[in-house]
Design a protein around this ligand. Sequence first.
Ligand code: ZN
Length: 261
Amino acid sequence: MLMPELPEVEMARMLVQYRLRERQVITVEVLDDKMMANCSADLLKAALQGGTVGEARRHGKNLLVGVGSTHLYVHLGMSGEISVVSEGVHTPHERLRLGIGDGFLVLDDPRRFGRFGLYRSIRDLIADKGLGPDALTVPGEEFASRMEGRKGSIKPLLLDQGIIAGVGNLYADEALFQERLHPAVKVNALSRNELIGLGERVRNVLETSIAVRTDLSRLPDGHLLRDRREGALCPRCGTVLGCMRIGGRTTVLCPGCQSER
Ligand SMILES: [Zn+2]
């Protein structure tokens, strides 16, 4: 399974919103308290039990589910997945299980890099984590303004959640590929128009993935994400795709259409 990114978190948000909204939290089972972000299991139970599920919100890759006057916070980490199941149904690596109405909200996470806890508001979450604006809400012009004047290569800046929240490794590579920009290019070597184009593209690749419900095989032709392997062929020019590490992250690119400057 691929690491969850913004589109997967948005899927989880919609699932919770449609299946659990306005239902009451009846039971709270913390099955791995090492994954608790900012409170104890007892506090989580006291805060959520008896509360009614309200709005489910997302900011970047963070999910907040309104419950009464607080919010359950979930970050999916490297391998987390949220599902809604019926009584008696279990997933293999359950870490948190909430009985809500007649169903159960389950956080399953084999690798246990996910986190859960409590935040009073989305504003508290943003301040605590120092997050930039959510990637789906940032127009190209604002993206360019937030990038201009910074130092370093473009890809690590794209992944910096304090500049823009929600761009992960796969979608950073995809947006750079679509815009024919080399991931290691210095941001100060890019024109304002190139930055505006990249900002629009970031939003577009995230929206496109959400539109196909993160089934990457359903992405339109010409997407790197359909077959993102070293040694696969560029869907645009047929060159063998390359792989390098930038800012410590595995980066896939086409040496044919993303040339260095
Ligand atoms: Zn190419």
